[in-house]
Write a protein that binds this ligand. Sequence first.
Ligand SMILES: [Mg+2]
Length: 126
Amino acid sequence: MKALVVDDARVARKMVARMMEQLGFTVITAEHGQDALDQLDPDDPPQAVVTDWNMPIMDGVELAKALRGTPSFATIPVLMISSEADPRRVAKALMAGVDEYLFKPVDASIIKERLEVMGVYTAAIS
Ligand SMILES: [Mg+2]
């Protein structure tokens, strides 16, 4: 199982990456949406994308739209984790193609629960 974790904040990116590793994923990381798109391999797409919203160059909503518009990546489950809590803003993310949304801060068990809701199997023990 491979996951792509996208966040411009290094500490947050590393924390989420570590949680995903705890859940059994091999993790690749990106600093913003364009970096994520550059790293995605159409022949070996990840089983989940976990992304921040607010990032320079390409934000998480733009990333979700780009994924949904690309046949090889259109069905990858996308989980957004953001401090953006305005319901109308959250709705915008969901309409852009984000499958599930979590407010920061998160922990591994919260992420696991949500991935299960999304139909993403995790090998986590905890
Ligand atoms: Mg950010």
